[in-house]
Design a protein around this ligand. Structure first.
Ligand code: SAH
Length: 268
């Protein structure tokens, strides 16, 4: 004998073989169903026919998170629906997965954080997006906010200054099926000139003053939300509106705390 071992029993008859094929087939169908239900998006459509992927896993936790957001007084149905749809657990590091649906920011590495779900919801609401809006995000981080934005519009551009975060977010968004979100590794201070102007700009890192290029890249009639203030202090969430006449008005909405907008492009 070589290392094969001996097989006992008779060879299978045609009935046995048929039964085997049926069992293997059923197992394959079940495996695909479980895979689908657990993590995979529904099949991807062509880009212009794109519809948001759906995820069944941890839906009850997402629903509980949405109830928490409602308790803050946020009742915008489209925003709540978007928050109920995007699987936040796919955007947090594996070690933080258990906390994925708590209403709190979580570390995502490189000293950065994924924002608190309520803050994501409220900033999204303030943008008043439609399916035609072209939106720019500064601070991709995990890509979660970008995924939420794709629930409203297919025109989502997001800039991240830390290369490993930009690369990971781009790969994650693609894997999950959020293909309308385009991520770029760059200093978002400069906005995204080639794609400007934007109907909406969302800045998810805090800065002492509004970067002038962002004001320039906002369309007349456009809206920007941006945390203003010193790094690691309590900042003010500002809503900046550019009138049809080009006049810019801004007002402070609430106290917030975001990681700082940095200016050095980092590649590691
Ligand atoms: N929106 C993110 C959370 C962002 S945390 C999410 O949904 O996960 C803020 C992010 O802004 C960090 O990833 C940080 O690296 C990035 N950032 C800081 N300064 C930046 C700049 N000048 N340009 C682009 N991104 C910047």
């Amino acid at each position: 004998m070589t290392g094969q071992g001996s097989r006992k029993g008779r060879p299978l008859g045609w009935f046995g073989r048929l039964a085997c094929v049926a069992v293997v087939g059923a197992l394959a169908v079940a495996a695909v169903a479980i895979y689908r239900a657990d993590s995979a998006p529904v099949p991807k459509a062509e880009p212009d026919k794109w519809s948001p992927p759906q995820f069944a896993a941890r839906q009850s936790e997402r629903d509980a998170m949405v109830r928490t957001i409602r308790r803050y007084g946020l009742s915008d149905k489209a925003v709540l629906k978007a928050m109920a749809a995007v699987p936040r657990h796919e955007f947090v590091p594996a070690g933080r997965s258990r906390m994925a649906y708590a209403d709190t920011p979580l570390p995502i590495g490189h000293g950065q954080t994924i924002s608190q779900p309520y803050m994501v919801a409220e900033m999204t609401r303030l943008l008043k997006l439609t399916s035609k809006s072209k939106v720019l995000e500064i601070g991709t981080g995990s890509g979660y906010q970008a995924a939420v934005l794709t629930q409203f519009t297919k025109h989502v551009y997001s800039v991240e200054i830390i290369k490993p975060l930009a690369d990971a977010a781009a790969a994650r968004l693609k894997r999950l099926g959020y293909t309308p979100a385009t991520v770029r590794h760059a200093d978002g201070y400069h906005g995204w000139k080639e794609e400007a102007p934007f109907d909406a700009i969302i800045v998810t890192c805090a800065t002492g003053r509004i970067p002038p290029p962002l004001i320039k890249q906002l369309k007349p009639g456009g809206r920007m939300v941006i945390p203003l203030g010193a790094p690691f202090a309590v900042q003010s969430l500002m809503l900046v509106e550019k009138g049809k006449d080009g006049k810019v008005r801004s007002r402070s909405l609430m106290a917030v705390q975001f990681v700082p907008l940095t200016r050095q492009k980092k590649s590691e």
